[in-house]
Design a protein around this ligand. Structure first.
Ligand SMILES: Nc1ncnc2c1ncn2[C@@H]1O[C@H](COP(=O)(O)OP(=O)(O)OP(=O)(O)O)[C@@H](O)[C@H]1O
Ligand SMILES: [Mg+2]
Length: 256
């Protein structure tokens, strides 16, 4: 492989007291890949995302994003390099409207130090925010406050906010958690259509193996802070250790 991976980690470790949340994590993500991260509760999935986005310092190891080390950089700097993320619980301003949340994200993406003295609602920003909401099929929610929209819409707005800065890579921590079962596939369809359109590399954490199998090119399986399998979805989901330690005794994956 001649191309430099968009994200590469080497010998990444992180302890919390006696707990090993990351152990020798070595991954190389290629540009344009859609990667699913699986693992039981406490396996180290969020820890991995937090380290590569600058929210958590590794105990040791190296992380390169887009060919440059991001060790020691603040989350905001890493975001400006082109790495966007969403959180396990959507981070929105609940009392503001959907549109105003988008405008705040856009203003933050445009300027490293958004000024509260400059008007937020410029016609150009509103047009861009509306286009992004339309792309996710939630434009009709624009004037509702976040507290008044369904959980699936909140998740979509959170992801639309992460994408509006036109990142190179997007990390989603459980994009479908808390979303009604029947809304999960439509939500992921909308997200995947948007990321393919924008050519964004995606890594997302997901507990639902049907979602993972449907959308990803590749799976990273975590257990006790370690990557125990990394490869094509079929191979990883059929791996004996993954079946035992990750997929557990859950429903067997349907043949497709
Ligand atoms: N800030 C912290 N302080 C102490 N321990 C932590 C902290 N963050 C994570 N841990 C521990 O590190 C381990 C990995 O946690 P992490 O949140 O990465 O798991 P996860 O795979 O995201 O799990 P989940 O599926 O429940 O979200 C767990 O044992 C967790 O308790
Ligand atoms: Mg987590």
């Amino acid at each position: 492989m001649s191309e430099i991976p968009i994200l590469q980690t080497r010998a990444l470790h992180r302890n919390f007291g006696a707990v090993t949340a990351a152990k020798n994590v070595e991954v190389a993500i290629r540009r344009g890949e859609v990667v699913g991260v699986i693992g039981s509760n406490g396996a180290g999935k969020t820890t991995f995302i937090n380290m590569v986005t600058g929210y958590l310092a590794p105990s040791s190891g190296a992380i390169d994003f887009d060919g440059r080390s991001i060790l020691g950089k603040a989350p905001r700097q890493i975001t400006r390099m082109g790495m966007a993320r969403s959180f396990q619980v959507a981070q929105l301003f609940p009392e503001l409207t959907v549109l105003d949340n988008m405008l705040i994200a856009l203003s933050a993406a445009e300027s490293p130090r958004p000024s509260f003295l400059k008007p937020l609602r410029t016609p150009a920003r509103i047009a861009r925010a509306e286009a992004a909401l339309a792309e996710f099929g939630v434009l009709e929610m624009r004037d509702r406050t976040v507290t008044a929209v369904p959980q699936g819409t909140r998740k979509l707005v959170d992801i639309a906010m992460a994408l509006i800065g036109e990142p190179k890579m997007l990390l989603l921590d459980e994009p479908t958690s808390g979303v009604a079962v029947e809304e999960k596939f439509p939500l992921m369809d909308a997200v995947m259509a948007a990321v393919k359109k924008h050519g964004v590399t995606v890594l997302f954490v997901e507990h639902d193996m049907e979602i993972v199998a449907r959308y990803v090119d590749r799976i990273l399986a975590f257990y006790a802070g370690e990557v125990i399998a990394d490869g094509a979805p079929d191979a990883v989901l059929d791996d004996a250790r993954v079946r035992e330690l990750v997929v557990g005794h859950g429903p067997k994956r349907k043949a497709s």
